[in-house]
Design a binder for this molecule. Structure first.
Ligand code: GLY
Length: 338
């Protein structure tokens, strides 16, 4: 089977049935799987042929301690430079396993079977991997492309609605950044249709991945254009820190709605587009109310350590399917919400 996308001639992205694709892309030789208990329960036959390292679930396990526990298991299992690591799971599994593989013995080759919508349209594609440090998101990591990513829409059937919805936040983000047709397509369909219509879902996943692979193809290391993929994320990361009960997609939905408000106040986004963005997210079932008072969120943004030369690169939508990046001090960013 031919890949649907190819990132920088290094990373093949497949959309289709896992079993058919996997046999054609796994290299000869030793394979170690990294996954979690839920995936092992749901898809045991997929994992069974390999030595498997199971890690915990949830954002709280995205730590250097988990990476160290994976290294220990790799050592016990005798993994060496020729071992291939196959991560099977959602964004947390692929972020952590990708980082462990990219750094163990200075780097093993790895590939992903991405089992959540959020993983398929964002986290597993593009070569970013890593862990949080003291609750600060993705503070340690590398840019290392997986050899392949398999995005199988059939695997999304077992996702709880809440997890599926979380992935839709990243789909809406991709649409707002660069694909007005994708935005219109989501707007024309209900949450239920997106969940149940396999062909529609495969098209939506492909369109969102295309936005990402096009951008990563031009700017892998996030020196410029890749920053656009962080639309809504400055506030989303603060929301996740202040309100750990919210998942990443839920936080991205609120962050995207709030940054659309700010873009109107700055005069770069027509109000009608802000309304369309908010209406679409609400119709998909997101609660767009910030979970804590804005001053608390903004204090977290100011405290956040992830900046360059003291500046945040704030992504502002300028229309449906178009956005711009503006460097701002955290204080200037906070002032947008006064
Ligand atoms: N999730 C944003 C990026 O991969 O750049």
């Amino acid at each position: 089977m031919k890949p649907t996308f190819n990132v920088r001639e290094q990373s093949e992205i497949y959309i289709g049935p896992t079993a058919d694709i996997l046999s054609g892309v796994l290299p000869e030789g030793r394979v170690i799987v990294v996954s979690d208990a839920t995936i092992d329960r749901l898809y045991h036959p997929l994992l069974a042929p390999y030595d498997t390292v199971l890690i915990g679930a949830g954002e709280s396990i995205k730590t250097l301690q988990t990476v160290e526990s994976i290294y220990r298991r790799f050592i016990e299992l005798g993994a060496d430079r020729s071992t291939f690591v196959l991560a099977v799971g959602g964004g947390i599994v692929t972020d952590v396993a990708g980082f462990a593989a990219a750094t163990y013995m200075r780097g093993l080759s790895f590939g992903f079977v991405s089992t959540t919508l959020l993983g398929q349209v964002d986290a597993s594609v593009g070569g970013k991997n890593g862990v949080n440090v003291d609750g600060y998101k993705n503070m340690a990591g590398t840019f290392t492309q997986p050899r392949f990513v398999i995005c199988d829409p059939a695997l999304l059937r077992t996702l709880p609605d809440r997890e599926f919805r979380a992935g839709l936040a990243e789909v809406v983000k991709a649409a707002v950044i660069a694909d007005a047709d994708l935005f219109a397509c989501i707007a024309q369909n209900t949450f239920g249709q997106l969940r149940s219509d396999a062909e529609l879902l495969a098209d939506v996943v492909a369109a969102a991945i295309r936005v990402k692979t096009d951008i990563v193809g031009r700017d892998e290391r996030e020196r410029g254009e890749r920053r656009k993929l962080n639309l809504g994320h400055t506030l989303a990361h603060a929301i996740e820190k202040c309100s750990p009960a919210m998942n990443h997609g839920e936080a991205v939905a609120v962050g995207t709605a709030l940054i659309a408000d700010a873009a109107v106040r700055l005069g770069v986004l027509p109000d009608a587009d802000r309304v369309r963005i908010r209406e679409l997210l609400a119709r998909l079932g997101f609660d767009l109310t910030p979970p804590v008072a804005m001053p608390l969120l903004l204090k977290e943004v100011v405290r956040d350590k992830k900046r360059e030369d003291g500046l945040l690169h704030v992504v502002l939508p300028v229309g449906i399917g178009d956005c711009t990046v503006r460097p701002m001090t955290p204080e200037a960013f906070a002032a947008l919400f006064d």
